[in-house]
Design a protein around this ligand. Sequence first.
Ligand SMILES: Cc1cc2nc3c(=O)[nH]c(=O)nc-3n(C[C@H](O)[C@H](O)[C@H](O)COP(=O)(O)OP(=O)(O)OC[C@H]3O[C@@H](n4cnc5c(N)ncnc54)[C@H](O)[C@@H]3O)c2cc1C
Length: 667
Amino acid sequence: MTTLNSKVPKGPIKDKWTTYKENVDLVNPANKRNIDIIVVGTGLAGGSAAASLAELGYNVKAFAYQDSPRRAHSIAAQGGINAAKNYQNDGDSNYRLFYDTVKGGDYRSREANVFRLAEVSGAIIDQCVAQGVPFARDYGGLLDNRSFGGVLVSRTFYAKGQTGQQLLLGCYSAMNRQIARGKIEMFNRHEMLDVVKVDGKARGIIARDLISGEIERHSAHAVVIATGGYGNVYFLSTNAMGSNATAAWKVHKKGAYFANPCMTQIHPTCIPRSGDYQSKLTLMSESLRNDGRIWVPAKIEDAKAIQEGKLKPTALAEEDRDYYLERRYPAYGNLVPRDVASRAAKERCDAGYGVNATGEAVYLDFAAAIFRYGSEQAKIKGMDNASKEEIIKLGEAVIEAKYGNLFQMYEKIIAENPYKTPMMIYPATHYTMGGVWVDYNLMTTVDGLYCIGEANFSDHGANRLGASALMQGLADGYFVLPYTIGDYLADDIRTGKIPTDSKEFDEAEKEIKEKLEFFINNKGTHSVDYFHKKLGLVMWNKVGMARNEKHLKEAIKEIQDIREDFWKNVKVPGDLNEMNVELEKAGRVADFLELGELFALDALNRNESCGGHFREEYVTEDGEALRDDKNYAYVSAWEYTGKPSEAILHKEELEFKDIELKTRSYK
Ligand SMILES: Cc1cc2nc3c(=O)[nH]c(=O)nc-3n(C[C@H](O)[C@H](O)[C@H](O)COP(=O)(O)OP(=O)(O)OC[C@H]3O[C@@H](n4cnc5c(N)ncnc54)[C@H](O)[C@@H]3O)c2cc1C
């Protein structure tokens, strides 16, 4: 085992990034024209990186498996993006954002990166406003803010419930400018299937044209992976169905260490699962917790009656409801971080107090907010004798203006009006804090190979606070990578074009073609989804919201068995040289089947509970996560050696010089 060098600059935390920027090597504008960069993924992280690098003068080749960068999974982001602008004058600052993020991540993130993230957060908002992103505004014309979990200020900028979509349109317009100038060559409907290393450096990729099936070679002086998270290892998640780990896993197999794979976020406010034939889960944004109150029946007999459809939630009196988050965490109430809220929901449901026919749901209730807003509106409008109905109508209009599209989505899926009856929610897999290990430069353990956005192990430690993924992806792409990559490329100004007719490209292409041919020729008995669902069940039941040693050991064995069965019995219809969605899925599920095992191994290694990683053996007396800072204050970075079970663990010891390590409390 080696100790990893995170390359964090020396000096006080507040000066690190400034000093770094003042001292990095630069590439002069004329030389940038001779340098090629591949960016794989054009969601918010990759799209912002591609646009910024092209604007700087590099030649960028960008890849996405969708038919347009506008369809990246980032478009799904609903609630907002954090920045420490302190427009609310409620005490926010860069330091507070930094502090909240490190604490929210249960002290398992790298301080220097998080501080830099907070430092550049304000610039992200300015950049997006300049691009025309229509953030919500308050009555005075300033950008409005709302709150997300784990903080006591309002620092989340939003565009109704469609923040990701609007940010992505801004980013896409910046990309399009460069596509039109010829500085970005955009390869839509292309899937990266491997990275190519020459003399130890990342020098290109092998990609498949998903329309024609053709295998292509692309070279560059550096490669950036921005391919999103791996939540779909659970099969059911709030991620887009195409979200996958293939690029991240392939670079791992070529030498990039994979960090903290077990750190996954289970989001508390998702629409509950409805049955066995469901293909994905839907998020109800955390922003709803600004106004929604979470509760379950206080009496077990009421919970049973609701489960059996004999009692309506609206019939339950106030004193018969248990607002368990407000009860357990008076300081943060319904805005505790996601890991805490998810576990609390599971605890109530496991104890029998859940609602829905399955008993796996809790209520998110807007009645109080509707009445509060309605009363305020009635006052503003001078309606002194407004009736209850009038107040409710006015209040519903306010709620609709804030969250209308989310309410509409809920009604379409559940066929119940959430203005009139509380929403039902339950935790679901949502985000992966783990990912490809990167140093302060965002470079992986392979020279010239970078990883940004959700695909890297990121700044969120063991639990991500809401609205901070967009912040991190855009910080990486707009403001961090453009500096750090130049420092590396300054040595490449005389290298010239990287040829693709080398043995390294030959070998990588051959291996890919053989695997694709295997899938088509195997003629097995079960579909790809059959195996993916089996994997997902093991992951959810044994490597999900609560984990223990026995289950994790069983999971590792079960995943190995599913993988063996997959390679014997998978059936992929269709052909190689055509659009073949089943073939695409087969490759992705093959990678999930390996990643899932490493995930369970990592969870087994971490004998503590922290953030989203909850080990049932390590719990405080009042049921909270019990961290072990003495033995586990490190990032686990796994090196691939041929089998996931034989991966070698490397540790990046985490240093906390600017924040005191404390037991996380939201009480
Ligand atoms: C429903 C939902 C709501 C969310 N809401 C919020 C929110 O309000 N605020 C917040 O901060 N975060 C939110 N998040 C999290 C956030 O949206 C994501 O973490 C973030 O958008 C990820 O951005 P990304 O650029 O890293 O990846 P993505 O947006 O997933 O983009 C991945 C890109 O990689 C490409 N790609 C993938 N694999 C390959 C391959 N092998 N070859 C070629 N291309 C490939 C894809 O085509 C795509 O262009 C939400 C997440 C979900 C699921």
